[in-house]
Design a protein around this ligand. Structure first.
Ligand code: PLP
Length: 336
């Protein structure tokens, strides 16, 4: 049997059978790339050569630190270049209008991939911004406690200390041994740290420090049984694991497009479960000129209390005031 052992001979063979004349395996669109990859699967090494060919890696260099920044394949950076060129060729509102559709389509696809609805997904700059939206956006006060995993990234760690210095709540950290016998051992450690004052549990799904994976679903259940908000930092899981956020049940989840997802640089996602969106104050308010602002939007203060039946009257203030209970819940997620 004839073995296809070089990329060129494989491609020549494929182009012949498929009737397509590919001069290079570095396809310019996913539509072109998908059939090439599908055809190459059975051909062993040629599949991986084809994959490798999509990345402009420096000769002899192999990127190993996917935790930080991943290279994007050609289909991504060519699309980015194409859209940037398009924008620079005509920066008018009329030309830019079409990006509204691109944006909504992206949100829809991300939501579908993560098993949630587009209204629950915000496209942001990165995981850092998404994490900070949560630790800056949830209304907390003196006496409240936030429980963190000790290996959390600084944006989900020291960032809480900064908010605590401002708002007077307390931050506790839980360490987990790097070898555990089962998930139950991890759950027990977190459970022991929760008190009736705990309002938020915020952890990294897979640690970029030790690589340990925390049981997201079980932690989520444990938090919710106590009316605690549960945030999951997914910088090391989105694009790496098959995920269904609705099944995991977290209240929010953050991720970066430029890590395992291998997308464009400086883009990220923040998922917030529909029921929780109104509890998160936005840190940046930027409606377009002439847009009708949702004037009933009152931010989130007290809403976490409401979720577990604790009244927020003790916070004082008028409904809608920065320290009062929400006068009215926001109808949709404007929290960025
Ligand atoms: C667990 C975790 N969270 C957050 C971040 C921050 O990601 P970014 O720099 O894309 O905002 C990282 C980056 O390595 C990370 O590993």
């Amino acid at each position: 049997m004839h073995t296809i052992n070089t990329r060129r001979s494989f491609l020549r063979g494929f182009a012949g059978t498929a009737g397509v004349t590919y001069l290079s395996s570095a396809a310019a669109s996913t539509r072109e790339l998908s059939p090439l990859l599908a055809a190459a699967v059975s051909s062993g090494e040629s599949y991986w050569n084809l994959v490798k060919e999509q990345f402009p890696l420096r000769q002899g260099a192999v990127p190993m630190n996917a935790a930080n920044l991943c290279p994007s394949p050609r289909v991504v950076w060519e699309k980015v270049a194409e859209l940037t060129r398009d924008l620079d060729s005509d920066v008018s509102f009329q030309n830019r209008k079409k990006f509204d559709t691109t944006l909504e389509e992206s949100r829809r696809k991300v939501a579908e991939q993560l098993g949630v609805s587009p209204e629950e997904i915000a496209l942001v700059r990165n995981t850092s911004e998404a994490n900070n939206t949560i630790n800056n956006g949830i209304a907390l006060k003196s006496g409240d406690e936030v429980v963190l995993f000790s290996e959390n990234h600084p944006t989900n760690n020291v960032a809480w200390d900064v908010r605590a210095a401002r708002f007077g709540f307390t931050v506790k950290r839980v360490s987990v041994p790097h070898t555990v016998k089962d998930a139950g051992e991890i759950l027990k450690l977190f459970e022991e740290s929760l008190t009736p004052r705990t309002r938020v549990l915020s952890v990294t799904h897979v640690s970029n420090v030790s690589g340990i994976r925390l049981p997201g679903r079980e932690l989520s259940q444990m938090a919710h049984q106590r009316g605690i908000y549960f945030h999951l930092d997914g910088a090391q899981t989105w694009g790496c694991l098959k995920l269904n956020l609705a099944e995991i049940g977290c209240d929010s989840y953050s991720g970066s497009v430029h890590k395992w997802f291998m997308g464009p640089k400086e883009a990220g996602i923040l998922y917030i479960r529909q029921e929780r969106i109104a509890e998160v104050w936005p840190h940046t308010i930027a409606p377009g000129w002439g847009n009708k602002v949702e004037t009933e939007a009152q931010g989130a203060d007290g809403a976490v209390d409401g979720a577990e039946g604790r009244a927020s009257e003790d916070q004082g203030g008028e409904p809608g005031d920065a320290h009062g209970p929400p006068a009215k819940r926001r109808g949709r997620g404007g929290a960025l």
